[in-house]
Design a protein around this ligand. Structure first.
Ligand code: HEC
Length: 154
């Protein structure tokens, strides 16, 4: 029995080491913030802080990778979330959207946050400071409504 357990542990260790050699596909970061949502729309500081903490690792080109982000199989999970998150909505490319798309996105941001679908649950388990309180959800939601009205008036 003991031998079998040792054998399994050894096998797992070998698998763990081998998967580290699978080439990484992590999306690249880009420090250009000239089209960034929070910059171009001059978001208030509290909104900036909240969204950077809760959304920007997946929805911008400024993902902050923790050390374990480079360790498979965690890296594979992160890779997918970041890739998909940026594809759906990339705050670093905000200024390139037309007004109609911006308004639609703002309403979706409010909705996702209100319904607690965003930030993704799996993310807030590790990044506990990314979880939004009821008050913070209200703040983000109010800001998206206000910004949306502003864009509509222009
Ligand atoms: C851990 C990564 C991660 C974090 C953090 C995160 N998102 Fe997402 N987001 C995703 C992924 C992946 C998708 C696409 C798949 C889905 O809808 O579940 C998505 C989709 C969305 C969509 C598009 C929904 C649609 O139907 O088009 C919106 C809007 C959104 N997120 C807003 C936010 C906001 C706002 C925050 C911060 C409060 C946030 N997300 C935090 C990963 C993330």
């Amino acid at each position: 029995m003991k031998k079998l357990l040792l054998y399994i542990a050894g096998l797992l260790a070998v698998i763990f080491i081998v998967i580290q050699f699978v080439p990484s596909n992590m999306p690249e970061n880009d420090s250009d913030i000239s089209d960034d949502l929070l910059v171009t729309e001059q978001a208030p500081e509290n909104i900036k802080l909240l969204m950077h903490q809760a959304c920007y690792d997946c929805h911008s080109n400024q993902t902050k990778f923790p050390w374990y982000a480079k360790v498979a199989p965690v890296s594979w999970l992160l890779e997918n979330d970041v890739k998909e998150g940026r594809e759906e909505l990339n705050f670093s490319e905000w200024a390139t959207l037309d007004a109609r798309k911006k308004i639609k996105m703002l309403s979706e941001i409010g909705e996702e946050v209100e319904e607690k679908k965003m930030p993704l649950k799996i993310y807030t388990v590790i990044h506990t400071n990314a979880a939004l309180s009821a008050e913070e959800i209200e703040l983000i939601n109010d800001w998206t409504v206000k910004l949306s009205d502003q864009i509509m008036e222009n």
